[in-house]
Ligand binder design. Structure first.
Ligand code: MD3
Ligand code: FE
Length: 217
């Protein structure tokens, strides 16, 4: 006996879930492209290796980061900014690969942002214990564009609130292949990632990756 295709599709890719005003979780949206994305990611990380950035406050971030695209995000004790050149190598960041741009555009469209063109992708890699404290993303020039975030590998507990730091935080789990699109009123929501639990994932081993596609310029 075979399951009708309709039910199989519903089982592998549930309906979008509204997380907030303008914010949509697309569960497992990118599962079928995860292997292609991870193979391309390995190539990018050979050109622009992951590194621990320093916050302006002088702390070392637990998450390791890199970037690709026309610009990349960089943080050091003198502040955060987008740069055209990777400060580690002195060369341009690797170009945004077509498979990244395609996933970002398709997810944005599915969430109601049909004209999204990313010019940068921030790459975060978490190992057990790594976290990201609640913050806003506001270094991009025009905050009218959404951010598309793709999670790969181990699941993380993610928290998000409102535009003020004191707004209450809600929690959700971001699992392999999940995409969240943050636009509209949710673009300036505070958000963070709780310390990653140790685990093993068939495609990423002991890591969780998050790719966030942005229009920075
Ligand atoms: C909500 N990354 O790189 S992705 C970041 O899982 C960042 O690595 C997290 O926060 C991670 O800045 C979260 C989800 C996300 C990304 C951008 C947002 C949520 C957002 C921008 C506005 C509101
Ligand atoms: Fe963020």
């Amino acid at each position: 006996m075979s399951t009708p295709d309709l039910f199989r599709d519903l089982a592998t890719q549930p309906e979008p879930m509204r997380l907030g005003d303008g914010a949509w979780l697309l569960p497992r949206f990118a599962c079928d492209r995860a292997e292609a994305v991870l193979a391309t990611l390995a190539d990018i990380l050979r050109q622009a290796p992951l590194r621990h950035m320093q916050t302006p406050g002088g702390c070392t971030m637990t998450v390791m980061m890199s970037c690709c695209g026309d610009r990349g995000w960089h943080s050091d004790p003198s502040g955060y900014r987008y740069t055209a050149v990777d400060p580690l190598s002195g060369r341009r960041w690797p170009p945004l690969p077509p498979v990244f741009a395609a996933v970002a555009a398709a997810a944005a469209e599915a969430a109601g942002y049909p004209a999204f063109v990313a010019d940068t992708c921030l790459i975060n890699r978490y190992v057990a214990g790594a976290k990201l404290s609640p913050h806003q993303d506001r270094d991009e020039r025009a905050l009218c564009h959404p951010i598309v975030s793709l999670s790969l590998g181990l699941p993380a507990r993610f928290q998000f609130g409102g535009p003020r730091r004191r707004d209450p935080l809600l929690r959700t789990t971001l699992a392999h292949g999940d995409v969240v699109v943050w636009g509209g009123a949710s673009r300036l929501a505070y958000h963070g990632v709780l310390p990653l639990d140790a685990g093993h994932h068939a495609l990423t081993g002991s890591f969780r990756y998050n790719l966030s596609f942005r229009r920075a310029g």
